[in-house]
Write a protein of this length. Structure first.
Lengths: 102, 346, 166
């Protein structure tokens, strides 16, 4: 039943990664940058799952599992930092956070 | 290719039957809720439309269809319409993996009594769907552009993700007992009187409490607490969109009752009657009896949901959060530990 | 057109379109809710690749966990004045540089993906992988599994500590 070739999945994941990278490079809002990073992680996961399916080996899916764990940890800590930053500086625009010490 | 078409046809027919069954259930539960609350409050309840007011829910739906659909001027039209669809869709999709009876054998073709009760991920699908269900309500709250809606939506998101954890932990101990992820396997493991409500009473209490919170039913109906939030997330909804939220609440209740009876009350298992009746495996009679047993258990759980709603006052928000995080979560972890130790030495 | 092809293109279009909305939208809530569709589409592609466990995990972790956290972050840090929650973009120069470097990066990626002749196993198993994943998590990958649990515990404590009001 596996009729869609591997290259199509890889192409899709490449496009998703590029869109995410545009977001990281051009947006000022920290939350949007954060979302773009999650998107890029998703595209990497997509690649891993595609390779795993075409190789007939579930190890790739276990890597995806660990990537998701790290993403969840990153989301929790990242948003906590974001809240702390917003409380002390009243902004979440990355270009306005330009001091090393407050 | 022919085989695939045949499979799709069977899935389609099953889906149509189950969706209409859920719709009918929701209508029946609305009627039950009004009648039972009337009995509890010493009133008469609906008795004008049809015999004993039995046609009241259909009259209600007809009324909702004829009402004007009002979208607030500053609301986001697309998301405002999407929210009730997500909520109702999630409520229905849970029924995709619920087995209503074991299986029917026609010739040498085995027909399972459910859309896909044997998929390997089994119960994880239910957890995934409840986590998608959060968005219907959050979206409704945000897109209405109303502070009461927004507060209701945020409350429900916080409440649902908090109680999802306790719910998942309670289910893990059930999975340890049955050593199977599929719902059919969990039911088969409770044959006779080995129901999980007797073997895992703590998990049952945790799961029951969390499913009250997940379905936004009283005493945890804070997202739509009338005295403080007007109508909560559905303040700005009218006509059939409101009807969809209303229907989804009862469909969710039906799903929760079905899952509780599958996980804890032994599904279609009942002591003695199958030995006494002695029907063959896969025969029509056996399936019908199993269906009746399962529906009776489901109806009992629905009655319990309604009974609780009209007997217990609403929790305060901090009490709700404390109960979820400080009591149910540690109890769930403890339950897994104890179950694991006992299973290791048995 | 095969049935699988149609499903693949359907999810691919959902993913790319909603990802573009996430990155380009001026309203932060549009971005957040579009991300829901991106995650959902990726989960659909996982199902197409016979990775049902990963698909459900995607729904539970990304949609049920991370995105809810993001939406809470938006609600807590943006002044909610009606539906408009504007967010700015950087200047034109950054836009040009960002676009250019993305073009180079994406072009390289896609070129490498297309030009390499990937090894493909002749017999692709179409059965579910839930059991295989469970077995290898508790045998071959036991140490990373435990390390991940410690990481999650640390993240939980850290997040609670940082976000606490002093």
């Amino acid at each position: 039943m596996q009729v869609v070739p591997l290259e199509y999945y890889l192409l899709l994941s490449g496009i998703l990664f590029s869109i995410g990278s545009i977001g990281v490079l051009t947006r000022r809002n920290m939350i949007i940058i954060f979302m773009s990073i999650e998107m890029m992680l998703n595209s990497v996961n997509l690649t891993l799952v595609a390779f795993s399916a075409f190789l007939g080996n579930p190890s790739g899916q276990i890597f995806v599992f660990f990537v998701m764990t790290v993403a969840a940890a990153e989301a929790a800590v990242g948003l906590a930092i974001l809240l702390a930053l917003f409380r002390s500086k009243k902004t979440i625009y990355v270009d306005e956070v330009n001091m090393l010490k407050w | 290719m022919n085989e695939i078409l045949w499979l799709l046809l069977i899935f389609g027919i099953k889906a149509i039957i189950i969706i209409s069954f859920v719709m009918l259930c929701a209508a029946a539960f609305v009627y039950l809720e009004r009648k039972i609350s009337a009995v509890i409050q010493n009133r008469i309840g609906p008795n004008r439309v049809g015999p004993f007011g039995l046609l009241q829910p259909f009259a209600d739906v007809l009324k909702l269809f004829l009402k004007e659909d009002i979208v607030p001027k500053n609301a986001n039209r697309f998301y405002h319409s999407l929210a009730p669809i997500i909520t109702l869709g999630v409520a229905f999709s849970v029924f995709a993996i619920i087995p209503f009876a074991s299986y029917l054998k026609i010739g040498d073709r085995v027909i399972h009594m459910g859309i896909a009760p044997n998929i390997n991920i089994g119960f994880l699908f239910v957890l995934a769907m409840t986590s998608v269900g959060v968005y219907g309500i959050t979206l409704a709250g945000w897109s209405s552009n109303n502070k009461y809606s927004l507060l209701g939506g945020l409350r429900s998101a916080a409440q649902m993700i908090s109680y999802e954890l306790a719910m998942g932990l309670a289910v893990i101990s059930i999975l340890l007992m049955s050593q199977d992820l599929t719902l059919t396997g969990i039911v088969e493991a409770q044959k006779g009187l080995k129901w999980n409500i007797f073997l895992q009473p703590l998990a049952f209490i945790i799961f029951l409490t969390s499913s009250f919170a997940e379905t936004n039913r009283s005493p945890f109906d804070l997202p739509e607490a009338e005295p403080e939030l007007v109508g909560g997330y559905n303040t700005e909804y009218s006509g059939m969109k409101f009807g969809m939220f209303f229907l989804a609440e009862y469909a969710n209740m039906a799903a929760a009752s079905a899952i509780i009876s599958l996980l804890f009350l032994g599904g279609w298992n009942f002591p003695f009657i199958y030995e006494w009746l002695g029907f063959a495996n896969g025969s029509v009679e056996l399936v019908l009896v199993q269906l009746l047993v399962f529906l009776a258990k489901m109806l009992f759980m629905v009655f319990f949901f309604i009974w609780t709603r009209w007997s217990i006052p609403r929790f305060r928000y901090d009490q709700l959060m404390n109960l979820g995080w400080k009591i149910l979560l540690p109890l769930g972890l403890l339950n897994i530990l104890v179950t694991g130790i006992i299973l290791m030495y048995i | 057109m095969n049935l699988v092809d149609i499903v693949f293109y359907f999810f691919a279009v959902i993913i790319v379109a909603s990802a573009a909305v996430v990155v380009l939208s001026k309203n932060i809530m549009y971005s957040a809710f579009s991300l829901l569709f991106t995650f959902f589409g990726v989960a659909g592609i996982y199902v197409l690749l016979n990775a049902d466990f990963i698909a459900v995990t995607q729904l539970m972790i990304y949609i049920g966990g991370i995105l809810v956290l993001i939406i809470f972050g938006v609600m807590l840090t943006t002044k909610i004045t009606g539906l408009e929650m504007k967010t700015g973009i950087t200047g034109k120069a950054q836009y040009a540089i960002g676009g250019l470097s993305t073009l180079v990066l994406g072009g390289t990626l896609i070129y490498v993906f297309n030009s390499t002749s990937w090894f493909k196993s002749p017999s692709v198993p179409t059965t579910s992988t839930v059991e295989a994943i469970g077995a290898s998590l508790l045998t071959n990958y036991l140490l990373p599994f435990e390390a991940a649990s410690v990481l999650l515990l640390l993240a939980m404590i850290g997040a609670a500590l940082i976000a606490r009001r002093k």
